[in-house]
Ligand binder design. Structure first.
Ligand code: N2P
Length: 372
């Protein structure tokens, strides 16, 4: 329907002779990406340069993306699954192999990051990395000081530094009245809970996962909401004070508060026990209606200056090594965005669940969130 509208719109302006030749031909790419994940001006610049209109939709969970993809033809060309979801969606035959000759900027990709991506996409055949990040703790600095200043947590440098703040009910309870958000993302929370329990964070054992589920069930009493994007504005406005969130989004919250000059200071940490590192990746659907435009769009995003603009706007680390010289120094020097070797050694990754395990996770996640 959207494409139909675009076509109508393009024909209308074509009729009046305003459109560029490419727009007049109705060139379009349909993109489904995570929310708060691009510099919007990049989309305009892509259209200006190529004449290809971007129809851009957003989601905030892998489950949402996967439900759409499995429901049948979506009309999307480019989508952005995280590693484990990419892995099983490749197996389900949803993507086409990428012809790297049509992505000249892929030579600027970061070899280490692509090697990590190869765990999910052996040989890097189906996807290129867009952004990579961690799942950690974001908090309102002043409120946290109020709440746990005297707690036996030994905060380092005035900041909290342990997953205990989330997983010890007596500590989390202290934050309940100022607002606690947790990502509505079982794959993030299960691996983090396993790690906290000193189990293998990538464990697929039913008994390990049940132990993690029991720990996660304790969250509900103090959590205001399980949601994967509202916490950015919630933290920035001071409406909530603690979140299990993604690195870039948490720093976007910090930036929004600073822009609003509302005296809210947000920090984000990778706790000492470690954190999940994830990769989000650009892939072209097998039934993409606009393959040529999809390649042009992905190649544009891989251009080092463009990748840097997206990182500067979102505070997420991108997968283009050659973008580093164009990235703002405060982002590049921030070890919670671009971890140094010591921080990197505390990060872990997770692979996808098989179907039976996924059923357990889905059932348990509902129980964790609703008690039923
Ligand atoms: C962007 C969130 C991307 C990280 N707002 C989760 N895949």
């Amino acid at each position: 329907m959207r494409v139909f509208c675009i076509t109508l719109w393009a024909s209308a302006i074509c009729l009046f002779g305003f459109a560029s030749p490419a727009l007049a031909q109705g060139k379009v790419v349909n993109v489904y990406n995570w929310s708060d994940y691009i510099d919007p001006k990049v989309l305009d610049d892509f259209t200006k340069e190529t004449g290809i209109k971007v129809v851009y939709d957003t989601f905030d969970s892998n489950e949402m993306l996967e439900t759409r993809l499995l429901a049948g033809k979506t009309g999307y060309d480019v989508v952005v699954p995280s590693g484990p979801f990419l892995q099983r969606q490749i197996a389900a035959g949803l993507y086409q192999k990428l012809d790297k000759a049509r992505l000249p900027n892929s030579r600027t990709l970061w070899p280490e990051v692509m090697a990590r991506l190869a765990v999910y996409d052996p040989g890097n055949q189906y996807a290129v990395n867009y952004m990579w990040f961690t799942t950690g703790i974001a908090y309102n600095v002043e409120k946290a000081r109020e709440k746990i200043g005297d707690a036996p947590l030994a905060p380092l440098e005035g900041a909290l530094d342990s997953w205990s703040i989330i997983f010890k009910p007596e500590l989390l309870k202290k934050f309940a009245d100022c607002g606690v958000y947790v990502l509505d993302s079982p794959e993030d929370l299960f691996s983090t809970a396993l790690q906290y329990l000193r189990l293998n964070p990538d464990s697929k054992s039913q008994s390990d996962l049940r132990r993690a589920a029991d720990l996660l069930s304790l969250l509900r009493r103090s959590v205001t909401k399980f949601h994967s994007s509202e916490y950015i504005n919630g933290l920035a406005s001071g409406d909530i004070c603690l979140a299990v969130g993604w690195s870039g989004d948490s720093f976007q919250a910090r930036n929004r508060a600073r822009e609003a000059q509302n005296d809210v200071e947000i920090n984000y940490i990778i706790p000492r026990e470690g954190a999940l590192m994830s990769l989000d990746n650009l892939a072209i659907l097998k039934d993409a209606p606009h393959v040529e435009e999809a390649y042009a769009f992905i190649d544009f995003l891989l251009r080092p200056e463009i990748a840097a603009r997206n990182t500067n706007a979102t505070s997420f680390a991108n997968g283009v090594l050659a973008s580093k010289p164009f990235i703002n120094k405060d982002i590049l020097d921030n070890k919670s965005i671009y971890p140094d070797a010591a921080t990197m050694s505390r990060l872990f990754t997770a692979r996808s669940y098989d179907q039976a395990t996924q059923r357990l996770i889905t059932r348990e996640w509902t129980r964790i969130k609703t008690g039923k």
